[in-house]
Design a binder for this molecule. Structure first.
Ligand code: FE2
Length: 241
């Protein structure tokens, strides 16, 4: 399997390029509009055929590159089931799989950051966690139908139940991290873990997580007014005019 983590510095977004060496079939997960030329150049250099652009959710902080990549390559745009993206070629449901040669990508419904968010398990050894779980953090839950209790349930019941050695690849990082593991996040992610009286780490209680998330008081992302409507149109910018 070819697996590349690509970064957009302006929005601190990770895009993932995953491809099968034999068939050359490729998928881009969470492509960013401003990085489409980079991604097309890389696909060409590596001799890959882009089959899918796959979104973890409808983003509020950047515009997706799906529309432009679809025009350039005839790939299909895939978004989570229940995401309000009428122009998508396909909606993917919880438990549904995508195949690229020997690679299996399985959707895991992980709502909470948004109500239709999906994580994607790749070949059972790594998980693209989108904005549900960051390295030592998580996505906010105060807009786009977000809900802190729902996010707690998604992460603790559907991500923290994966094997500890599963690699965690988030959709963003703001502090220079690139990859973690489920075991490491269960222990050291302070949104979900806390120390007990004897200094051992344990899972934070659900009400404590909700209380914390509901008092973050973060400003709206700079691009929210532009990005959400554009992403509901697969990144077609005319939608925002
Ligand atoms: Fe997001």
């Amino acid at each position: 399997m070819l697996f590349r983590q690509l970064f957009d510095a302006e929005s601190s977004t990770y895009t993932y390029l995953i491809a099968d060496h034999t068939t050359k079939a490729a998928v881009l997960v969470d492509p960013v509009l401003e990085q489409v030329e980079r991604d097309l150049k890389l696909l060409k250099e590596l001799g890959l055929i882009l089959h899918y652009c796959l979104e973890t959710h409808v983003h509020a902080d950047h515009v997706t590159g799906t529309d432009r990549l679809r025009q350039a390559t005839s790939c299909s745009g895939i978004v989570p089931d229940r995401a309000h993206v009428a122009c998508a070629d396909r909606h993917i449901k919880d438990g549904e799989t995508l195949h690229l040669g020997d690679i299996t990508i399985t959707a895991i419904a992980t709502p909470g950051h948004t109500d239709s968010h999906m994580a994607y398990l790749v070949n059972d050894d790594r998980v693209l966690t989108g904005d549900a779980l960051f390295i030592r953090g998580c996505g906010r839950t105060d807009f786009q139908s977000g809900d802190a209790g729902t996010l707690y349930d998604s992460v603790t019941k559907h991500l923290f139940t994966l094997p500890d050695e599963t690699l965690v690849y988030p959709a963003h990082d703001y502090r220079g991290h690139t990859v973690s593991t489920i075991g490491e996040e269960k222990r050291w992610n302070s949104r979900f873990a806390e120390r007990d009286g004897r200094g051992a780490n344990r899972l934070r209680h659900r009400p404590s997580f909700i209380e914390f998330m509901n008092h973050l008081n973060l400003p709206d992302p700079k691009k929210i007014m532009e990005a959400v409507p554009a992403n509901e149109m697969c990144g077609h910018l005319a939608a925002t005019a």
